[in-house]
Design a protein around this ligand. Structure first.
Ligand code: CP3
Length: 345
């Protein structure tokens, strides 16, 4: 049992002594210790070496005092195990050597066996757990089928997702086959992380906001829903995250997740109204609000806290990852501000 269990209590909608806070990309380039690691190793080497993975994962816990650690990995790692080679391009993201465009490509994707193919990650999880020694809970994660499919089809980060949508509309049989394979892989992958010791999991559907609600319902929702259904017997809390999802929130709740992640494009109280009772909310400060003076960060963070006013199930986070140029001092002061904010009642 973790000593600091605020984060897990909030996931279960239980009252907390202070609002839990952690950040997506909390182990990133804004952090001096991480930059030092990166002088010697590339991102994928860090991911694939349990010792380095553990070091990167634990850095922000020790430096910032966040209430949860997230395993240092990348959403593309299990996709690589399916037979898709990729590299990470600085300031861009994953670039795929062999994008998928046909049924034959989808049929050639391999079935992932995490114990065999992603041993490094499971060993990394075990090492982190040992080192954290219960200090804070460890979050595991995976990309959601839609977001993974968008990388696999586009071959690189995209703005308009034209290739992805073309395949979806023109060859829906191939689309659904791909999504089914990805959903199965993600379920198996997250279950393996849970067996290795993660205490919560987050499904990143980072780019799903490019879909209309109707298309989300038809082309993405069934697959994310399958994953949450597969995980329900584990009793491990689940977080369902996306960006630009203002019009999708009700449907994302229907797909599943004990906590719904929201970006900054909707006030947090309004987002919570949309998803209704019975789920928690994580987010929603604009990462850019940490780029200037702390006064601005403070004003915007207090607005978020005021809007939820201590309602059980709130996890403070940014609406997306910490930006590389963020002053680390703003991040650590933000952690303190969230912890010291007086909760009602
Ligand atoms: O601290 C953490 O949040 C854990 C580590 C983490 C990484 N990737 C390490 C990483 C997590 C949770 C991810 C998930 C991930 N990877 C997502 C979903 C989250 C999101 O941001 O929406 C996505 C879309 C990816 C794909 C990816 N990998 C991108 C877009 C990038 C950034 C490219 C850049 O240079 O800005 C990467 C590389 C990457 N993965 C970095 C980190 C810390 C930064 C690159 C670096 O260190 O040079």
């Amino acid at each position: 049992m973790s000593r600091n269990d605020r984060f897990l209590r909030a996931c279960r909608l239980e009252p907390v002594d202070a609002t839990p806070v952690w950040f997506m990309r909390q182990a990133g380039r804004y952090l001096p210790g991480y930059r030092r690691l990166r002088e010697k190793y590339d991102v994928l080497t860090i991911c694939k070496t349990p010792e380095l993975c553990a070091e990167a994962t634990i850095l922000p816990v020790e430096q910032l005092g966040v209430d949860a650690a997230i395993i240092f990995a990348d959403i593309m790692l299990p996709v690589e195990a399916m037979g898709i080679s990729f590299r990470i391009e600085e300031s861009l993201g994953p670039v795929i050597q062999n994008p998928v465009s046909s049924m034959a490509d989808v049929e050639s994707l391999r079935i992932v066996e995490p114990q065999r193919d992603l041993r490094f990650l499971l060993d990394g999880i075990r090492l982190v757990k040992e080192r954290l020694n219960g200090k804070v809970p460890l979050i595991g994660f995976a990309g959601a089928p839609f977001t993974l499919a968008s990388y696999i089809i586009e071959g690189r980060p995209s703005r308009d997702f034209v290739k992805t949508k073309s395949l979806m509309y023109k060859d829906s049989e191939t689309w659904h086959e791909l999504m089914e394979k990805l959903a199965h892989m993600v379920s198996v992958y997250l279950r393996a992380q849970i067996e290795a010791g993660v205490e919560a999991v987050q499904l990143f559907d980072s780019w799903v906001g490019c879909l209309s609600p109707q298309d989300y319902e038809e082309y993405a929702l069934p697959y994310s829903k399958q994953i949450f259904r597969d995980l329900s017997s584990t009793n491990v809390p689940t977080i369902h995250f996306g960006t630009q999802t203002t019009t999708l929130l009700e449907l994302m709740k229907e797909a599943g997740g004990d906590v719904i992640g929201v970006d900054w494009r909707i006030p947090i109280d309004e987002a919570w109204k949309r998803v209704g009772d019975g789920v928690g909310i994580q987010g929603n400060l604009d990462p850019a609000a940490l780029l200037g003076s702390f006064e601005l960060t403070k004003t915007k963070a207090e607005d978020v806290l005021r809007r939820v006013s201590g309602r059980a199930g709130h996890i403070f986070n940014l609406g997306h990852g910490v930006l590389p140029n963020t002053p680390v001092e703003n991040v650590s002061r933000l952690v303190n501000l969230v912890h010291e904010y007086k909760l009602r009642g």
